[in-house]
Design a binder for this molecule. Sequence first.
Ligand code: GN1
Ligand code: MG
Length: 369
Amino acid sequence: MLYNDIKQPIRQFCFEGKYVCGEELRSGNINSTYRLEFITPDGSRKNYILQRINTVVFKDPYAVMENITNVISHIDRKLTEKGEDTSRRLLHFVSTKSGAYLYHDGADSFWRAYVFVDGVTAYNSIEDPKLFYEAGRGFGEFQKNLFDFPAEALHETITDFHNTKRRFYAFVAAIAEDRVGRVAELESEIDFLFDRRKMMSEIVDKIDSGILPVRVTHNDTKLNNVLIDDATGKAVCVIDLDTVMPGSSLYDYGDAIRFGASTAAEDEKDLSKITINMELFKLFTKGFVEEIANALTDEEIHYLPLGAKVMTCELALRFLTDYINGDEYFKINSPDHNLIRARAQMKLLTEIEAKYDEMVEYVDSLIKK
Ligand code: GN1
Ligand code: MG
């Protein structure tokens, strides 16, 4: 079954050696990702990642790849200038036999492949708190390296991706349409989000009024998107660059806190397990700010916790909107998966709101006097 899905694309890429086996990695909610193992002529094993891009979400895969390759070349130059070996520090794409980075299978599928980074782990939850400090450093360094990348050179591959204000309008439209008749059962969830609609505009309004600058950001900074070296425990490489676009530093910081400083999974059903771990919050914040303090304004640092609040609210909104629309965007593994996710994010948001002043106090203490 699996091999049938991938055998045609496998033949298109310049992989080294002979295909041995593959497995689907199921942690992403959008693209389909496979780890492939090859055996090279000298008998050693070589691993690759093969991905099918979801073209309902990424309507222009060429634009996505152009953004990614430009961003990678920029970071490559930065690291090389510092004398670093970039072989494990960056994604290295494998070209197709016709020398491109994308293979279009003639139907509606676009495929790409890259070299698997060995000896690293993409964590889905934090086992050792130190690792979250490292994750903060990794994402901070990523943003720092893109500080002088020209934002106008990037395609906006998903329009208004983190425009939470617009996402609220989409939510309201979905409720009005009630395509699959789910709205009646969602009164308390809908009220919860309506109560917070003012907060959803806060980052966008601060960008529009110039209080927050536009940066080149990753926009999907889940813990499992920074690879941690198994031997040294250091952040090695930031992956999943599909949504690199102009944005706010608050988005990257906030999304990472939302996912990584939560005491439970993004789709935890038992809401009593979900809160924000303040030790983890502080460790990530420290790592992130240490890396980019000089590149951020004091105002940006001050407002970082607003990122955690708005991103958590945005995800609650996105999951619930998708549930109301009949689950057309995120992959689900049960009919109520998006509702479970939305409820988990709402609980997390309540916890962040309760600790918000403490979070602001902590980030303010890191602003250099
Ligand atoms: C999606 O597929 P994945 O896990 O990299 C989504 C993110 C969400 C995330 C929630 C392009 O990311 O925005 O934060 O799910 N990516 C896109 O788990 O919508
Ligand atoms: Mg992603």
